[in-house]
Design a protein around this ligand. Structure first.
Ligand SMILES: [Zn+2]
Length: 166
């Protein structure tokens, strides 16, 4: 996963290792630091965790991290740099909103919530009253996922900006 960050390379490297420790996963590959057009830099990181699947679409010789493990990892990244961006999340604010605060380091400082499991089964639960976003809930635990509505990327981005108050 590529993470765009405003942390300098040395700090980002330390934060990545601390985040992996927080999520109880490992970095099987040395992180690389490609450039970024939107941030001071970027880092590409792979995680090995307790998923039943192999990482990198099955091509890696190690197990992938679960959604919850990635969530814990990203929570620690966003804690160090709230402006960080991934392909899924534009910022810490977006991450917390999209995941319903599930990975809040103050609420869940140790590991994942008790109801974590390897593979969530997210099903569509409904649209928000404003129709600005839709909600997905795991069939077997309390994990939730929010996604902005919209027919185009621009509409979705606009809805998201309104929701987050940007
Ligand atoms: Zn679940």
């Amino acid at each position: 996963m590529r993470i765009h960050t405003n942390l300098d390379t040395d700090t980002a490297d330390k934060v990545i290792h601390a985040a992996a420790e927080h999520a109880r996963v490992t970095n099987p590959d040395t992180p690389t630091f490609p450039g970024s057009r939107s941030h001071a830099g970027a880092v590409t990181v792979n995680l090995s965790g307790s998923s039943a699947r192999r990482a990198r679409m099955g091509r890696a010789p190690y197990r992938a991290a679960t959604w919850d493990e990635w969530g814990m990892f990203l929570a620690a990244i966003f804690d160090a740099d709230p402006t960080a961006r991934t392909s899924d999340y534009n910022s810490q604010k977006h991450f917390n909103w999209a995941t319903g605060g599930r990975f809040d380091m103050r609420k869940f400082p140790v590991l994942t919530p008790q109801d974590t499991h390897r593979q969530h089964r997210f099903t569509f639960t409904g649209n928000a009253a404003t129709n600005a976003y839709r909600l997905y809930t795991c069939e077997t635990c309390s994990a939730t996922l929010r996604r902005p509505n919209g027919n185009t990327p621009a509409e979705r981005a606009s809805n998201l900006a309104n929701i987050l108050g940007n």
